[in-house]
Design a protein around this ligand. Structure first.
Ligand SMILES: [Zn+2]
Length: 412
């Protein structure tokens, strides 16, 4: 990609100024209409680089095709990124700032000087001294998660459209809404997508290639007490709020939780509690890399609930388990070439691929189980979901290079 003028930095800075925050409380698909503001711009820009087959559907998905440059049949790959930003932090009025050839000193944000980005708190920054770093201005997140991924795919598409001499098969592009609220692939039309395997561009550090995520269940434990007017409740009232309190207190304290685990150890994590004296429910997320370990967690959790209500005569509880997503490794292991192609592309771009299990899920976890094996590739997005979010331009450019190599590797 000698002499190529990358467009990825300008793209990121343009895209982050469009507010695309998703909303977990909204029942609609997409959860917020404003996500389509960016999607519509992407449609226009895809057409401007010469891609004819572009569509934005009513659910907020953008589908596009980079036509093949080789005659022979090669697998159809998909590059995927999400347009929404996390509800945890404001995404309104993002003012991107480019710190050219950053010298390693603390970045103090202009719109709120209490927000500081320092390499002491963000160790990866030490490796990025000298890079061009993009940040927001102190009052919002940046939105590099995942507009860096969007920008990388757009730039790779531009390069490939400008260089028909690069041999590759059909490449499908997919931009999704609502990833941050766990609904990113709910309405993807897999038939329409018609790809053999894919790659999400939604990872962090340069060189990271992620093919392993948590397996995840959600559990709701609902305690039913016996309600009575508190003025006349003697020997009648069984308070569900207190049952829930006793139940939470009975959970293991030195293990089992996100705050006491790391690496490849899973956890059981209460995330929400609601209710009153008559009925109180506690929601949990259950996580482990080994799907088979989820049931033992759930069995023990149920036992703790059952032991708890013994102290509250007349009380009962419901225990509901919902599957959320599964470790994509189970699928990727059946299609080892998907990771191998990516690793080969990393090496051609001069990178040593580093595969680490992700203590979370990606759109790719669910896509993998929907028939599209789909590991995750770095983009340079870091400090995500916070006002200190940042992204190295050179990392994004490296990711563009990886995508272009990947297209060729698959065609060889
Ligand atoms: Zn993301």
């Amino acid at each position: 990609m000698n002499n190529y003028e990358y467009s990825v930095a300008e793209r990121l800075m343009r895209y982050v100024q469009i507010d695309t925050q998703s909303d977990p409380a909204s029942p609609t698909q997409p959860s917020t209409e404003k996500q389509k503001d960016l999607s519509r711009l992407l449609v226009t820009e895809l057409k401007a680089i010469g891609i004819e087959d572009v569509e934005l559907d009513e659910y907020g998905y953008v589908y596009a095709t980079i036509p093949a440059t080789v005659e022979k049949t090669v697998p159809v790959i998909c590059f995927c990124a999400h347009v929404d930003t996390a509800p945890d932090c404001s995404g309104t009025g993002v003012k991107p700032t480019l710190h050219r050839a950053w010298d390693g000193s603390d970045i103090i944000f202009p719109d709120d000087s209490s927000v500081v980005l320092s390499k002491d708190q963000h160790p990866y920054l030490k490796e990025r001294i000298g890079d061009d770093i993009i940040t927001a201005s102190g009052t919002t997140l940046l939105g590099a998660d995942d507009k860096a991924g969007v920008a990388v795919i757009m730039d790779a598409a531009q390069y490939l459209m400008q260089h028909p001499e690069v041999p590759h098969g059909v490449i499908r592009i997919l931009f999704t809404p609502d990833e941050e609220i766990g609904r990113g692939v709910n309405a993807v039309d897999m038939k329409k997508l018609a790809a053999d395997f894919g790659y999400t561009l939604d990872g962090g550090e340069r060189g990271h290639l992620e093919g392993e995520t948590f397996s995840a269940d959600g559990v709701t434990v609902t305690f039913h007490g016996i309600s009575a007017h508190p003025g006349y409740a003697k020997d009648k009232l069984v308070n569900a709020v207190k049952i829930a309190g006793a139940f939470l207190d009975a959970l293991p304290k030195n293990n089992w939780s996100p705050e006491t685990t790391e690496g490849t150890t899973g956890f059981v994590h209460p995330v929400r509690i609601e209710g009153g004296a008559e009925q109180t429910s506690v929601q949990f997320i259950i996580r482990d890399f080994d799907t088979a370990k989820l049931v033992p967690y759930e069995t023990r959790l149920k036992q703790i609930a059952s032991d708890t209500i013994q102290h509250f005569p007349g009380a009962r509880f419901d225990f509901e388990v919902k599957e959320q997503y599964r470790n994509m490794k189970e699928i990727l292991d059946q299609h080892p070439h998907v990771m191998e192609f990516a690793a080969a592309a990393f090496r051609r771009a001069g990178l040593d691929p580093e595969s680490r299990p992700v203590r979370g899920g990606t759109d790719g976890s669910r896509l993998s189980f929907m028939g599209l094996p789909c590991p995750n590739i770095f983009t340079g997005e870091m400090g995500i979901h916070s006002r200190q979010e940042y992204c190295s331009v050179q990392d994004m450019q490296k990711a563009v290079e990886v995508c272009v190599h990947l297209a060729q590797v698959v065609a060889e």
